[in-house]
Write a protein that binds this ligand. Structure first.
Ligand code: ADP
Ligand code: ADP
Ligand code: ZN
Length: 213
């Protein structure tokens, strides 16, 4: 099963992708997590990606597409995966489709987690991230057991540089310009599913499970 998560930054794609990955035993593949791991490890890719990420801009397709195709070519992805944060542009979607078509495969579902912009700034301000294992928390809606510490791996949690309000606004503009057109792209392919992302995260997950069966 190959699933794509669509939605604005902060809509809850990562939160839902992790739950889907666990229930359906497929890897959760997040391009944002891959970039952040590279930044943490000081790689050349990390240095290049950071320039764009800190400004709230998309990392160029040339850098992004290759790491994603390499990742999904790995052994653990052979029975499917849930993509979180990729594709984010029409050209990225086209490259993915082409690569899958060559393998005789396809994306099964594109799930759009719908949350209006008004709710997003609030969510991002409260988001706390673990840069070690990729877990995400919210100070109110999904607090860790110990304040500031990752439940999963014990790492100190951080407010991401790009989750500060000025950058969130920029990311929303970029989302509407470059990523939102993917909703129509997947609708035309007949695989788009919309869920209301404003409700409790367990209710969002229940809606997704009823789609995936
Ligand atoms: P969020 O989960 O809040 O939407 P992500 O972790 O998915 O954020 O992405 C963080 C940043 O990483 C993005 O703002 C962008 O700069 C970069 N990024 C992640 N995925 C992509 C992608 N597919 N194409 C271009 N840039 C990306
Ligand atoms: P995305 O991957 O789309 O950027 P996240 O999954 O990281 O979004 O969620 C953004 C923030 O909102 C996180 O702090 C997360 O804990 C919180 N969150 C996710 N889903 C919900 C929800 N349904 N209700 C309230 N807060 C949520
Ligand atoms: Zn962690």
């Amino acid at each position: 099963m190959k699933i794509i998560m669509l939605g604005a930054p902060g809509a809850g794609k990562g939160t839902q992708a992790k739950m889907i990955a666990e229930k359906y035993s497929v890897p959760h593949v997040s391009t944002g997590d891959i970039f952040r791991a590279n930044i943490k490890n000081g790689t050349e890719l990390g240095k290049q990606a950071k320039e764009y990420m800190d400004k709230g801009l998309l990392v160029p397709d040339e850098l992004t597409v290759k790491i994603l195709l390499d990742r999904v070519a790995q052994e653990d992805c052979k029975n499917g995966y849930v993509l979180d944060g990729f594709p984010r542009t029409i050209p990225q979607a086209e490259v993915l489709d082409k690569a899958l078509t060559e393998l005789g495969e396809k994306v099964d579902y594109a799930i759009d987690v719908d949350v209006p912009d008004e709710n997003i700034v609030n969510r991002m301000g409260g988001r706390r991230a673990c840069l070690k294992c990729g877990a995400t928390y919210h100070v109110v809606y999904n607090a860790p057991k110990t304040e500031g510490v990752c439940d999963v791996c014990g790492e100190k949690l951080v407010l991401r540089e790009d989750d500060k309000p000025e950058t969130v606004q920029k990311r929303l503009t970029v989302y509407h310009d470059q990523t939102q057109p993917l909703i129509e792209y997947y609708d035309k392919k007949g695989i788009l599913k919309e869920v209301d992302g404003t409700v409790d995260m367990n209710d969002v997950f229940a809606a997704i499970c009823s789609i995936l069966g």
